[in-house]
Design a protein around this ligand. Structure first.
Ligand SMILES: C[S@@+](CC[C@H](N)C(=O)[O-])C[C@H]1O[C@@H](n2cnc3c(N)ncnc32)[C@H](O)[C@@H]1O
Length: 237
């Protein structure tokens, strides 16, 4: 992986060069570069004919208009999954922060945890520009975070990267890139069990309909056309 930077970011660039190249398998990241410039941080994926530049921008007008439209329409799936307004919510698998940002826009007090160093870098960069209250992120494994934290959350949300039985839709370049650099949780049930202990209300685990997972049996499942949301009652309620 290459790190491109202007001179102002030399120290960060040297640090990332060492850290990211130690963490990731070179064969997977040989066509990826991190670009540090005055506007922020972008991940360049040159596996395509036209390289994709990926960054997170919560201030993007188009994204915010889409969220407004989604939340103004008929009851959104998130209000069914997380019915108590203004609750605290822990997102154990932040990724691009898309779900978390929607939930923050709905008024939840959101904490995100993300284990992939590159995703955390992109998220942190986006959060620095946003300066929103009740929206924060920690880098690391959410199992470790929950084990060491004394906090309890009303809702705990988990969106693992599941293997699918068959691909039924074209993935965006963002999602294909996420697959390359994301962390795969091998002990999904341990995280779900711990989340149940640390939740006051419920744990929600998102899963594609055609996933090959075999996770802890939920109390019940809320279904949409493409997704199953597995619901577990929090133990601290
Ligand atoms: C499918 S993506 C989540 C996408 C996210 N819901 C969104 O809206 O953009 C899963 C993410 O969770 C991260 N992840 C998986 N297991 C984790 C764990 N135990 N702790 C922290 N992050 C984890 C992966 O690195 C990946 O970025």
């Amino acid at each position: 992986m290459n790190i491109f930077s202007n001179l102002n970011n030399k120290e960060l660039s040297d640090f990332l060069d060492k850290t990211l190249n130690d963490y990731y398998d070179q064969a997977i990241t040989e066509n990826l570069s991190v670009n540090l410039n005055k506007d922020g941080i972008a991940l360049i994926n040159a596996n395509y004919k036209k390289a994709a530049s990926i960054s997170i921008d919560f201030l993007d007008k188009e994204i915010n208009n889409k969220i407004k439209l989604r939340l103004s329409g008929k009851k959104d799936i998130f209000s069914k999954l997380f019915p108590i307004k203004n609750s605290t919510l822990l997102d154990c698998t932040a990724g691009y922060g898309r779900d978390s940002y929607i939930l923050r826009s709905m008024g939840f007090n959101v904490t995100m945890v993300e284990n992939s160093p590159i995703m955390s870098l992109l998220l942190n960069d986006a959060l620095k520009k946003l300066k929103l209250l009740n929206f924060k992120m920690y880098h690391g494994n959410s199992y470790d975070y929950l084990s060491h934290s004394e906090k309890y959350y009303d809702y705990i949300y988990i969106d693992f990267m599941f293997n699918k039985l068959k691909k039924n839709s074209l993935s965006s370049k963002n999602d294909e890139t996420l697959k390359l650099i994301s962390f795969q949780e091998n002990n999904k049930d341990a995280l779900i069990r711990l989340a149940i202990k640390k939740s006051n209300s419920r744990v929600v685990v998102k899963e594609p309909k055609n996933s090959l997972s075999n996770i802890l049996k939920p109390e019940y499942t809320i279904k949409t056309k493409l997704l199953n949301f597995n619901i577990y009652k929090g133990n601290n309620g």
